[in-house]
Design a protein around this ligand. Structure first.
Ligand SMILES: Cc1ncc(COP(=O)(O)O)c(C=O)c1O
Length: 389
């Protein structure tokens, strides 16, 4: 246990220098194996283009009340009107509510697979077919995940993926078109080289810190300081990833060739195994102090993170961050078009889920430290509340 030094647990996997050179075969996974696929800078670009491609821009799209917000912004910007359906306390889609909300105005059904956990794609497919509607499968948080033997993103008319949330790539989203229909889609231009370079260097520096402890941390902060100055001085346009809002100016941006290169260097099977191992570990170590959202990890699931259920989210986030764990406040806000009062279970989810990293870069030793930190924070938080309550 590295007790003297602060833990460094990044929320996303880091880039190992060897990944810039290696070559592996990732063709067994979506979207890389899809016969009809287009790559973009972000997944949100694929959402926008889907609306245009399927002609949804004058109608309603049924979307879940539990959403990020940027996918809804992309739908609206492209001209569609979102109408929200209910999702329950365990990320479960209310199929009856979906069926009830289908009207002549409905032009498509939109399903989100949450953090690698499969939503009811087959049932949504049936509903969509029954009403002659297309099904959009949003796998932005579920790259590499399957429902048993069925890869996510293959049941809908289209599948939408984000690469940079699961792989250490500088950018990347994908749109797969399933079935025989052909669309002639433009090939989006590559993003600014220097922007890609800047993201890549930052992922390499994170790796340095992850592996190098305090020396790596010192080097990273030194290089970052220099890097920020250079980015400013050279007027480099850095197109940030993971941002909360849709920006029309970036809708035509494509994926960088470097992303493809790094993606193809990954051992994707190993990534799924590592994520599952880390998830199981957290489940075993935390289930007694925080009731798990899911008691098991169904076959095929590649978890994006461990959804920790907490009562005092702001405080827990702050205290875990202070311990070096880059936890994320998962989906705090509703899109303004969605009436929060109509969806109390979703409002409760938004108040209570914290993303605990469980990605492929985190060793068993690091996971043990993460679990101990979470236990400490949750138990002392309870103690405090008992005393003040
Ligand atoms: C469900 C969902 N769809 C789409 C997106 C957009 O992904 P990207 O950041 O690649 O545009 C996100 C982003 O978090 C998301 O959570």
């Amino acid at each position: 246990m590295r007790s003297s030094q602060k833990l460094f647990v990044p929320s996303l996997p880091t880039l190992w220098p060897s990944m810039l050179m290696a070559r592996k075969d990732s063709s067994a996974f979506q979207p890389f194996c899809a016969p009809n696929v287009r790559y973009f800078y972000f997944a949100r670009n694929a959402v926008w283009l889907t609306v245009k491609m399927l002609g949804l821009d004058k109608g309603e799209v049924l979307v879940p009340a539990y959403h990020h917000g940027v996918e809804i912004e992309a739908l609206i910007d492209a001209g569609a009107t979102p109408r929200f359906y209910r999702v329950g306390a365990r990320w479960d889609v209310d199929l009856e509510d979906v069926a009830k909300k289908i009207t002549p105005k409905t032009k498509a059904l939109y399903l989100i697979h949450y953090a690698g956990f499969p939503g009811p794609a087959a049932e949504m497919r049936k509903l969509a077919d029954h009403h002659g509607l297309p099904l959009i499968e949003d796998c932005a948080l579920s790259l590499l995940s399957s429902d048993g033997a069925v890869p996510l993103g293959t049941t809908g008319d289209v599948g939408i993926f984000c690469l940079y949330k699961t792989l250490p790539v500088p950018n990347g989203g994908a749109l797969t078109i399933n079935g025989p229909r052909q669309y002639s889609l433009p090939e989006p231009p590559s993003p600014p080289l220097l922007s890609t370079f800047s993201h890549t260097v930052s992922a390499l520096l994170q790796n340095l810190e992850l592996r190098g402890g305090s020396v790596g941390r010192g080097l990273r902060s030194l290089i970052r300081g220099l890097g920020h100055g250079t980015v400013k001085a050279a007027h480099i346009e850095r197109v940030a990833t993971g941002t909360q809002h849709f920006n029309r100016e970036h809708v035509d941006l494509g994926m960088s060739p470097l992303t493809k290169r790094i993606a193809l260097s990954q051992d994707l099977e190993h990534i799924v195994e590592a994520r599952r191992r880390n998830y199981f570990f957290l489940l075993g170590r935390l289930r007694d102090i925080s009731p798990p959202l899911f008691n098991q990890l169904p076959p095929g699931v590649s978890p994006l993170f461990y959804p920790l259920v907490v009562q005092n989210k702001t405080e827990v986030l702050e205290r875990l961050r202070a311990r070096g764990i880059d936890v994320i406040d998962f989906w705090k806000r509703f899109h303004p078009a969605c009436d929060a009062a109509e969806f109390p279970e979703v409002a409760q989810l938004r108040r209570s889920i914290v993303e605990i990293p469980c990605h492929q870069d985190l060793s068993s030793e690091v996971m043990a430290e993460v679990a101990s930190a979470v236990r400490e924070v949750l138990t002392s938080d309870r103690g405090n509340r008992k005393r003040t309550g």
